[in-house]
Design a protein around this ligand. Structure first.
Ligand code: SF4
Length: 165
């Protein structure tokens, strides 16, 4: 089953996909501060802080899973699309707990109205970082390359995670 999810992820244009242990995923309190002090989308998107799960919640949620697909792409939109589709595929295959986290703020609507319920609840998923995951440490734990980039650098590596059990 995992092999077919990996093939599906590649069909949806992921560059690499790896089955990993959720124990390698690191959460940290400072991640939320980086959203609060540094991201213009803070409090402007329902999938981002302060609306998204707190690092402590994510940490205990990760304990409820024994596998995850870690997905890599050079494009943020590809990650958002892949993770929601893989979550759906996994759910249909019987993994009813499947839950996806992508990268970056949700871009499904031109503007996110945080005063109303989400208009695409089946599609919108929080990013790994919005859930308090230290993406750098987590992906390096699994052998992926990631470095900080300056604003005008184009070569960014994006990652998404689909928890499965
Ligand atoms: S789907 Fe629309 S309303 Fe829902 S989180 Fe994304 S941008 Fe906001």
């Amino acid at each position: 089953m995992f092999n077919s999810l990996i093939s599906k992820a590649l069909e949806f244009k992921a560059e690499d996909t790896l089955i990993i242990s959720p124990k390698t995923i690191i959460t940290a309190e400072w991640v939320r501060l980086k959203c609060q002090y540094g991201c213009p989308k803070y409090s402007k998107c329902l999938t981002c802080p302060p609306y998204s799960p707190h690092p402590e919640q994510t940490k205990s949620m990760l304990l409820g899973y024994d596998k995850a697909l870690l997905i890599h792409s050079k494009e943020c939109k590809v990650i958002q699309n892949v993770v929601r589709n893989i979550e759906e595929e996994a759910f249909k295959a019987g993994f009813y707990k499947a839950f996806a986290m992508g990268a970056g703020p949700c871009e499904l609507c031109e503007e996110c109205d945080v005063n109303k319920p989400c208009v695409h609840p089946y599609l919108a998923r929080p990013s790994m970082e919005a859930c308090g995951i230290d993406v750098y440490a987590s992906v390096r734990n699994n052998g992926f390359f990631i470095e900080t980039v300056s604003e005008n650098q184009r070569k960014v590596n994006y990652f998404g995670l689909v928890l499965i059990e």
